[in-house]
Ligand binder design. Structure first.
Ligand SMILES: *[C@@H]1O[C@H](CO)[C@@H](O)[C@H](O)[C@H]1NC(C)=O
Ligand SMILES: *[C@@H]1O[C@H](CO)[C@@H](O)[C@H](O)[C@H]1NC(C)=O
Ligand SMILES: *[C@@H]1O[C@H](CO)[C@@H](O)[C@H](O)[C@H]1NC(C)=O
Ligand SMILES: *[C@@H]1O[C@H](CO)[C@@H](O)[C@H](O)[C@H]1NC(C)=O
Length: 480
């Protein structure tokens, strides 16, 4: 699915469709934005560079990493329809798998519950929807990894490998790094990290063997190997003794990348491990993936680096000891156009903000209200059947441009996420004959809402783990 961008000669031919946003009201004019659906050419080159993104830089106290759609790393070419339709199907499976994990974490039950049988054990679902990659150095070897705020351990496929999926470029080779060290079982790192990722103690009584880790992601994907220490290097900055997984046995749909960067909330996460250098703060700007554009991942709280066009507004992270990995926010409202949705479900629980879920999931009562208001303000266009999780779709074939209502999502302290025009509609079909509202309903009021990456596009999203707050500001993503 995210594989279409890998070819320099790959054109996406699309009808022109320009979307202009107008606010719903006589006296107020909203921003006017143009959604350019035009021939787009993926400019990335493959070849000897593999999928490395050499662009990263140090700027004041921060490191700025170029971030791209992971299709950049893939050898396979998929058509638009296949790619974007597949992405929705995988997103559905990912969220079902997440919800079942959450239920287990919250209830403390380790046995499989009944609903879990609905999730096919198709390995890699969790990763297939993680769209964004960056390149970082382990020792002196540069590796391109998937960015995930929903998990903690950073790992790469490691040589010699017992079972590795295909990746672009060479595997990480511990023996060519003089600074590489295995983490041994008797070390405090091993003991605390084993606790953090819930291992069953494969060390036994042997203190001098390597500290094994096993991470599995709830959908049959996994990485097994041993914990190691090496320099983490990027943008001219080196962080000593970075703990990561040297993966000897890995399975999943990782699309040609070398592994994963875990930016979750726990101690094991990359952001916790580098907090002496970056103050426990990172941020990203997720570009639209269709155009092969770049975004950025910034380590550190360096405002001068951000290209935000609106001030950053911060909302509190809601603590939830039962879900220690996730970033949880207090969703307090949604406006469609100028109309605030009225439902009692706001404010009474947290929503997860996730870089790996594509489509935002709302409680059924909230989604129902949103859909009704959206349809009221976006009327006169031919309806077509839904696709997968999206149920509000239109045939916009032949339209040059359409005016669509804005969607603003509010969090505690009146913090606004003004959804970018590229985050409101999802083009299921390239010819615009099935264009859908890009938000979906959870299957029950008791599931946990998720703010997905599609609605976070063209925003600076700042995670301040020290002060437990998340900030949003409008930004047009780019690397430079
Ligand atoms: C890794 O990438 C950096 C640029 O970020 C570059 O300076 C360095 O030479 C690269 N190292 C290798 C071994 O390719
Ligand atoms: C392993 O290390 C622990 C703590 O450092 C120590 O108590 C134990 O005796 C050691 N076991 C062996 C077999 O050396
Ligand atoms: C969310 O914010 C609202 C409004 O400030 C508040 O009433 C509610 O208690 C908060 N919910 C949580 C879970 O903190
Ligand atoms: C969409 O609209 C176009 C132009 O009005 C029409 O030709 C086409 O058959 C419609 N497609 C669907 C799937 O409804």
């Amino acid at each position: 699915m995210a594989k279409a961008m890998a070819f320099s000669s790959f054109f996406l031919s699309l009808v022109s469709l320009y979307l202009i946003i107008i606010a719903n009201g006589v006296h107020s004019f909203g921003e006017k934005k143009t959604f350019k659906v035009q021939k787009m050419q993926a400019k990335q080159l493959l070849g000897p560079m593999g999928c490395l993104l050499p662009e990263s830089r140090r700027q004041n106290g921060a490191v700025v990493l170029e971030m791209k759609d992971r299709g950049h790393c893939s050898e396979k070419k998929l058509s638009w329809n296949r790619r974007f339709q597949k992405q929705l199907v995988f997103d559905d499976l990912r969220v079902r798998s997440m919800q079942s994990q959450i239920r287990k974490m919250v209830s403390g039950h380790t046995e499989d519950d009944v609903t879990e049988t609905q999730v096919p054990l198709t390995s890699g679902i969790v990763f297939e929807t993680l769209n964004y990659v960056v390149t970082i150095g382990f020792g002196s070897q540069n590796m391109t990894v998937i960015v995930d705020t929903g998990s903690d351990l950073t790992w790469v496929q490691c040589k010699p490998c017992k079972s590795c999926y295909n990746q672009q470029g060479p595997l990480f080779n511990p023996s060519s790094s003089s600074s590489y060290q295995s983490v041994l079982c008797d070390s405090s790192i091993c003991q605390s990290l084993q606790l953090a990722i819930g291992n069953s103690g494969p060390c036994g009584n042997n203190n001098i063997t390597a500290c094994n880790y096993e991470v599995s992601y709830g959908d049959g994907s996994f990485s097994y190997g041993e914990l190691a220490l090496d320099y983490l290097t990027f943008g001219g900055v080196s962080v000593r003794n970075f703990v990561f997984g040297c993966g000897r046995n890995n399975k999943g749909l990782f699309g040609g990348t070398s592994g994963l960067m875990g930016l979750g909330r726990s101690k094991l996460s990359m952001i916790s491990q580098t907090d002496a250098t970056f103050g426990g703060v990172f941020s990203y700007c997720l570009p639209t993936v269709e155009a092969g554009a770049s975004g950025s991942l910034v380590m550190g709280n360096e405002f001068s680096v951000f290209k935000n066009v609106t001030p950053i507004a911060y909302t509190r992270m809601v603590p939830n000891p039962q879900l220690p990995t996730f970033y949880i926010l207090n969703l307090t409202g949604i406006n469609v156009g100028d109309v605030p949705l009225k439902t009692p479900s706001f404010g009474n629980g947290g929503v997860i903000i996730d870089s790996g879920t594509v489509i935002t999931r709302l409680a059924p009562s909230v989604y129902k209200a949103l859909k009704a208001e959206f349809l009221k303000q976006f009327s006169g266009f031919p309806s077509v059947p839904g696709f997968s999780i999206l149920d509000t779709c239109f045939n916009l074939t032949g339209y040059q441009e359409v005016n669509i209502p804005t969607i603003r999502i509010y969090f505690e302290d009146n913090v606004e996420l003004n959804v970018d025009v590229n985050g409101i509609f999802y083009m299921v079909k390239e010819d615009a004959s099935q264009v859908c509202l890009a938000l979906a309903s959870l299957s029950s009021e008791y599931e946990t809402g998720i703010i997905g990456n599609y609605q976070q596009r063209n925003q600076r999203v700042v995670y301040d783990t020290k002060q437990s707050k998340v900030g949003f500001a409008g930004e047009s993503c780019g690397f430079i």
